[in-house]
Ligand binder design. Structure first.
Ligand code: SF4
Length: 250
């Protein structure tokens, strides 16, 4: 049997207000481990490399197929999904930390509530979906537009883009890139368009679109490769048109 190991440095925190500290763990190497399955292995025998039996590491996970966004954490310094990150692609020791822009619940588990609150703030929903007689009144969407809309619909509110954004955090009002992507999506929806002005007004004030510093980190780290910078550019044009409409009372 191989004595190859997988080594981890894990940032621990016993509660929301507790001071963080680091612990090292090692597990036997197994091909195909992702970060979640490795954390499960550590949980079976939570003994540090110093030989100390400790409380099992807490993290959040659900779908295990990069759809729910629950297992976001910083892996070797980068916001990523623990379920889809393979150990074989990481340099060791693998550093695991909670996202820094959201409050820590415990260890690697964070509270993403602010992102959901911001989605509410920008009215990222369709008030009433429509139904039409097929072939007569249904609104037409070009394949190109459909494809772009679909890419925005893949957002899983994982928070990686928010983590990477220098303008988003506990000290800033900025709603963050993910809610802006959803405004772009909802404003393109045939029924959602009716309330586009409400969404645009929601991002025209403090903490809105103008707080984006155009760092473009968001699109770079998004696990779903959502074109967030495209959304931000398009929203800039929509906001300008809305400003003119507001001025002339349109
Ligand atoms: Fe995650 Fe991408 Fe959605 Fe941001 S836009 S929350 S990175 S899926």
């Amino acid at each position: 049997m191989s004595d190859k190991k997988i080594r981890f440095e894990i940032k621990r925190q016993d509660g929301p207000k507790a001071a963080p500290y680091w612990q090292s763990f090692e597990i036997p190497y197994e091909h195909g481990h992702n970060v979640v399955s490795a954390l499960m292995k550590i949980r079976e025998t939570p003994v540090t490399t110093a030989g100390q039996l400790v409380e099992p590491v807490l993290w959040e996970a659900n779908c295990m197929e990069e759809v729910c966004g629950a297992c976001s954490m910083r892996i070797n310094g980068k916001p990523m999904q623990a379920c889809s990150t393979l150990i074989d692609n990481l340099t060791q020791p693998i550093k695991l930390e909670p996202l820094t822009k959201f409050p820590v619940v415990r260890d690697l588990m964070i509270d993403r509530r602010r992102m959901f609150d911001n989605l509410r703030k920008v009215k990222a929903w369709i008030d009433l979906d429509g139904s039409w007689d097929v072939g007569t009144g249904a609104p037409r969407i070009s394949p190109q537009e459909w494809e772009l809309n679909y890419s925005f619909s893949r957002c899983m509110t994982c928070g990686c883009c928010m983590e990477a954004c220098p303008q988003f955090g506990p000290d800033y009002d900025f709603v963050g890139p993910a809610p802006l992507g959803q405004v772009r999506l909802m404003n393109a929806h045939p029924t959602g368009k009716y309330f586009a002005a409400d969404r645009l007004h929601a991002i025209m004030g403090d903490g809105g679109l103008s707080d984006c510093g155009n760092a473009q980190n968001c699109a770079e780290v998004c696990p779903k490769e959502i074109p967030l910078t495209t959304a931000i550019g398009q929203l800039g044009r929509q906001v300008t048109v809305q400003l003119v409409k507001d001025l002339i009372g349109g």
